[in-house]
Design a protein around this ligand. Structure first.
Ligand code: ZN
Length: 168
């Protein structure tokens, strides 16, 4: 796992941060991206400020997953996408625009989807586990870039991030 995460990191030398199409609620969904064949992100727990959920929907298959950042399955997944996946889809629509999200996930655009909730309702997939660390490490890296001052120098701090992201 650590090696897979590290390899993924070494392949990409920069994080692209696109300005959102519409303003987003960062406190609710601090991280959302269309990457690695998934809509994926980090969603705050509604009840516990210390807890976050890692949620994802695969492009094409529409397999979805939601777990805590230490891989405990989300209690809201009972055969249907949980509220975190709904929040993720809503924020993805704000961040990227509905067209881009439906195209990326390959949701049939002829079905009259106009919101994140409608998009989730049209998913054809079922629950499939994705290791939370894969997504969570990208979130940590995203945070690290936001906090760093602009520089063209190599960033030695990033060398320890993959191990941290994969730690249990
Ligand atoms: Zn959930």
């Amino acid at each position: 796992m650590v090696d897979a995460v590290r390899l993924g990191w070494e392949r990409r030398s920069a994080v692209r941060v696109l300005p959102p199409v519409q303003p987003r609620k960062l406190a609710k969904v601090p991280f959302v991206e269309l990457a690695e064949g998934r809509l994926q992100g980090v969603v705050s727990s509604g009840s516990d400020v210390e807890r976050v959920y890692v949620s994802s929907i695969s492009a094409g298959s529409h397999a979805y997953n939601c777990s805590t950042n230490n891989n405990r399955p989300c209690g809201g997944l009972r055969g249907t996408p949980c509220k975190h996946l709904h929040a993720l889809a809503d924020e993805a629509v704000l961040q990227y625009g509905l067209d881009r999200v439906t195209r990326y996930l390959r949701v049939d655009p002829g079905t009259g989807v106009s919101s994140g909730a409608e998009l989730v309702a049209r998913l054809r997939g079922s629950h499939e586990s994705v290791p939370a660390a894969v997504v969570f490490s990208r979130f940590l890296r995203h945070l690290a870039y936001l906090e760093l001052p602009e520089s063209t120098e190599p960033i030695p701090e990033l060398h320890w991030f993959p191990a941290t992201g994969a730690a249990r």
